[in-house]
Write a protein that binds this ligand. Sequence first.
Ligand SMILES: CC(C)(COP(=O)(O)OP(=O)(O)OC[C@H]1O[C@@H](n2cnc3c(N)ncnc32)[C@H](O)[C@@H]1OP(=O)(O)O)[C@@H](O)C(=O)NCCC(=O)NCCS
Length: 130
Amino acid sequence: MNFHTRKWIKPEDLNPNGTLFGGRLLEWIDEEAALYAIIQLENQRTVTKYMSEINFKSSAKKGDIIEIGIAPKKFGNSSLTLACEVRNKMTREVIITVDTIIMVSLGDNGKPIAHGKTKIEYVKDRLTDE
Ligand SMILES: CC(C)(COP(=O)(O)OP(=O)(O)OC[C@H]1O[C@@H](n2cnc3c(N)ncnc32)[C@H](O)[C@@H]1OP(=O)(O)O)[C@@H](O)C(=O)NCCC(=O)NCCS
C-alpha cells in the first residue's frame, strides 16, 4: 500500500469529543480514492460507486499527523476496486480501514465506460513512452 497523502489534524477537523471527526476523514478518503482512480484510469469522469464497511479502529487528536494509504485490488471493465488504510504517521497505529472502494469510469453520457486498464501504471513511464 502506498501512503501518498499526509494530513495535519487541526481544530476545524475535530468532533465535540475533541478527536478527529469521522466525516472529515471520510471526505479525505473519498478524495484520495478519486485522485488515485483518475490518475490510474486517465479519466476525470471517475466517480465513487461503493464503499464497504468502514472500521474506525482508533482515533486521532489535534496536532497528530496522519497518512492515507490506497492500494488497488482489482481492475474491472469500467471499475477499479481499491482498499484504504489510514494510520498515524508517527506511531503507525491504524485509525481506519476501508476494505473495498469501487470507483467507476464514466463516458460523456454519464454511463460506465470501459477504461482499458489492467494494472498499475506510473505517470513517469507514460511520459517516457511518448
Ligand atoms: C456509477 C454509475 C454510473 C454506475 O451505474 P450502474 O448502473 O451501477 O453501472 P453498472 O451496473 O454497469 O456497474 C458499473 C461497474 O460498477 C460495478 N458495481 C456497480 N455496483 C456495484 C456494487 N454495489 N458493488 C461492487 N461493484 C459494483 C459493476 O460491477 C461494474 O464494474 P465493471 O464494469 O468493472 O464490471 C451510477 O450508479 C451512478 O451514477 N452513481 C452515482 C455516482 C456518484 O455520484 N458518486 C458520488 C460522487 S463521486
